[in-house]
Write a protein that binds this ligand. Sequence first.
Ligand code: ASP
Length: 316
Amino acid sequence: MQQVVILGTGGTIAGTGVDPGRSWQYQAAQLTVAQLVQAVPALSASHLDVVQVAQIDSKDMSWAVWRSLGDALQQYLTRDDVAGVVITHGTDTLEETAYLLSHFVDARKPVVLTAAMRPATAHDADGPGNLRDAVRVVHEAARRRLGGVVAVLHGRIWAAEHVRKAHTAQLDAFDGGGHAPLALVDEGGQWTAAAPAWPTSAARAWSLLAKKPPRVEVVHSHADADGWLLDAALAYAGDHGPLDGLVLAGTGHGTLHQGLEAAVNRARAVGVTVWRSSRVARGGVMSRDSDSLRAAGDLTVAQARVALMLYLLESK
Ligand code: ASP
């Protein structure tokens, strides 16, 4: 039987608190990934290898951790005895990591991110069930010859480019921004409504992650947005190195307050690449004939930032 490699990065799934009834009072990233696996009896018969790649609250996710994940994935996915990889992650930036990795992991093997909304010590801890499902999904995907990056959370398999955290507290915290899950996973590990193929956008060389990341920031449009923050960033960048890219979290279909628009034009005039996305939860921002700024499609604002970073890295 091929093995599943579990890469641990921390998060609430590895979090502990002193009072099981007060699950909101805890510290993320306390248990090792080996301890998480030991706590799931259903995994005792599985052939698993565990590797602690990082131990962080995913609010602190960084390019350096993404690079380490990339190194580990390159190493394990090429091994014939590995069916696929599970990554335990925090929920806060899961959509960014999943989306980033989907540009590098090809369709040959599955990579499944999972997480938890409750720490491991909570009465209603959801980590053990999610981890069990994630391992089962790797095995089943390998059997079906499905590969690429997905997230398995609360009985659903989400495509990397659609998954997003949509609730700050509920166990059922993720959705697809208007897209349906690829499949549902029941308690026995059976899939229902399975998509025949998993989307992959992998065409990039892993070596891209070894490069110095470009500086890409996010600015929101809102009432009274007059570009003050962007002008301040441009002035600062003048002395401290370039602002390479900017993602606008626009109103509605990616529109901007006219005050902010004027500052955006000043940014573009000094070479900043600007893309527009939306602060609205569902629907995305599609391109129009009259567009002067590239539209980020269905991506969340944070995923659009990842996309722009990759674009800039490739065009340098
Ligand atoms: N702050 C935590 C994290 O993202 C939240 C979680 O995992 O649910 O690591």
